[in-house]
Design a protein around this ligand. Structure first.
Ligand code: 5AD
Length: 453
């Protein structure tokens, strides 16, 4: 979500006549796009802004920390010029202009509740990569007790399906092979143009997937992130069974394997419900892989609770786990719970979880050796490298030795030769789909600074 927000900021500033440069030194404007989901992300802003304050530049802080702190950020960092929340990115060019004309520092952090805007990134030929993001909804109506996002991104607002379809079509026409649908709880999607709420809080996400598959037949791959397990319904499972365009991988955050902890987190499912839905999806789509997010050391988590999480990870065989130590966040309900798991215990649980998940990842990647996969090429493995990197249909990272025609946007059939720690090494056999002329190689750079001169 944040990477896509940075792309949108870049697109807006390009539209206002700016260009992207490689370093903040000498830039006219520096935008720091921020995350506040864990404290560490927030600390990054403080150290980065401190480093940049010496530069003669308009300094903008955008995103979730901007929303959370607003005017307070201007007081704490008087050298900032502009603070804008996630719903106010569209105002960046005019606020920057005002700052350049000597205006006072400004904070704009209002949610666009009445007329929600859905900015796009660049959709013209020559500006999209092999894979592109498309937002389908924003905000979050869940109230997971650890999570700051409902307060920084506001309530759920959905984008009309026709607009989503139009953006997907434009991206595919511009050369994108893959689209990743984005939303905080992406699979709670409902089409606002169809009128009021659906019965039983039923999501229309499976219908949206079906429409994209039917109406944009040249799309090669479709993914989405992040779904909430309670909207992994039989209809969504059926979409996975029926639609060949859907990736054979789902990232399905579970957070904990203990019912006691899930309840305190207000996740609105039990371990058994999660397991049943996940297993049913795995059975419906042969070869599908699952990855997940887990928080260790949530308030009140006992060693026994944690062991239940380890047990669930092993039982479901997640091929990748993003694991985090619980981090108390402002405004969240869990602040009222005592953050009682000591830091060294959180650390040792994290290490124990890593040991299990790394072994699972390794076993999975080694199991791919000798198989034939389809790789969507994203660009050179490193700037200037002759080998290229891409993703398989299951989203594994695959590096390929040079092969004629294996450029960004090409789909290549490849044989997996070796498993590395987090990626596969493969030999390209043949190009299944030529690279569309205009696709740009993905720039692998950190999501944090968007810099313009
Ligand atoms: N502490 C630690 N991890 C968190 N996450 C969200 N909020 C917190 C928090 N307060 C994790 C969750 C979520 C991912 C994006 O970040 O696992 O799925």
């Amino acid at each position: 979500m944040n990477v896509h927000d940075s792309q949108r900021i870049e697109h807006l500033l390009r539209g206002a006549g700016y260009q992207l440069v490689d370093a903040p030194e000498g830039a006219e404007v520096v935008v720091l796009n921020t995350c506040s989901v864990r404290e560490k992300a927030e600390q990054k802003l403080r150290s980065e802004a401190g480093r940049l304050k010496k530069l003669d530049t308009v300094l903008v802080v955008a995103g979730c920390v901007a929303q959370q702190e607003g005017e307070r950020l201007l007081k704490a960092m008087p050298y900032l010029d502009v603070v804008v929340g996630p719903d106010n990115l569209g105002d960046i060019p005019s606020l920057v202009r005002e700052a350049q004309l000597g205006g006072r520092p400004t904070a704009r952090t209002v949610f666009d509740l009445d007329a929600p805007s859905f900015l796009t990134g660049a959709t013209s030929p020559g500006s999209t990569g092999a894979s592109a993001y498309v937002t389908v909804m924003k905000g979050c109506d869940e109230r997971c007790t650890f999570c700051v996002v409902p307060y920084t991104r506001g309530p759920e607002r959905y984008r009309p399906a026709d607009q989503i379809l139009a953006e997907v079509r434009a991206l595919v026409d511009a050369g994108a092979r893959e689209v990743v649908l984005l939303g905080q709880t992406v699979n709670s999607y409902r089409d606002p143009s169809l009128g009021g709420p659906t019965p039983d809080d039923r999501s229309e996400f499976p219908e949206l997937l079906g429409r994209i598959a039917r109406e944009v037949p040249h799309l090669n791959r479709l993914r989405y992130t992040s779904p909430h397990p309670r909207h992994l319904t039989p209809a969504l499972e059926e979409a996975h069974r029926a639609l060949g365009v859907l990736a054979r991988h789902v990232h399905l955050p579970v957070q904990s394997g203990s019912d006691r902890v899930l309840k305190r987190m207000l996740r609105r499912y039990t371990r058994a419900e999660y397991e049943r839905r996940a297993r049913s999806l795995l059975a419906a789509v042969p070869g599908l892989t699952l990855t997940t997010d887990i928080i260790v050391g949530f308030p009140g988590e006992t060693r026994g609770d944690f062991e239940e999480t380890l047990g669930l990870v092993e039982a479901l065989g997640f091929v990748g786990v993003f694991a985090f130590k619980y981090s108390p966040r402002p405004l969240t309900p869990s602040l009222k719970l005592d953050d009682d798991v000591p830091e060294d215990e959180k650390q040792s649980r994290l290490q124990a979880l890593f040991a299990v998940t790394e072994a699972l990842t390794q076993r999975h990647l080694e199991g791919c050796v000798g198989t034939v996969v389809e790789v969507l090429v994203e660009g050179p493995s490193r700037p200037g490298a002759r080998t290229v990197v891409g993703r398989t249909r299951r989203n594994e990272i695959a590096h390929l030795a040079p092969l004629e025609g294996a450029r960004a946007g090409a789909v290549v059939e490849a044989e997996v030769l070796r498993a590395h720690k987090h990626s596969l090494e493969a030999r390209g056999l043949r190009v299944l789909l030529e690279a569309p002329g205009a696709v740009v190689a993905t720039r692998r750079r950190v999501a944090l600074p968007v810099v313009a001169v």
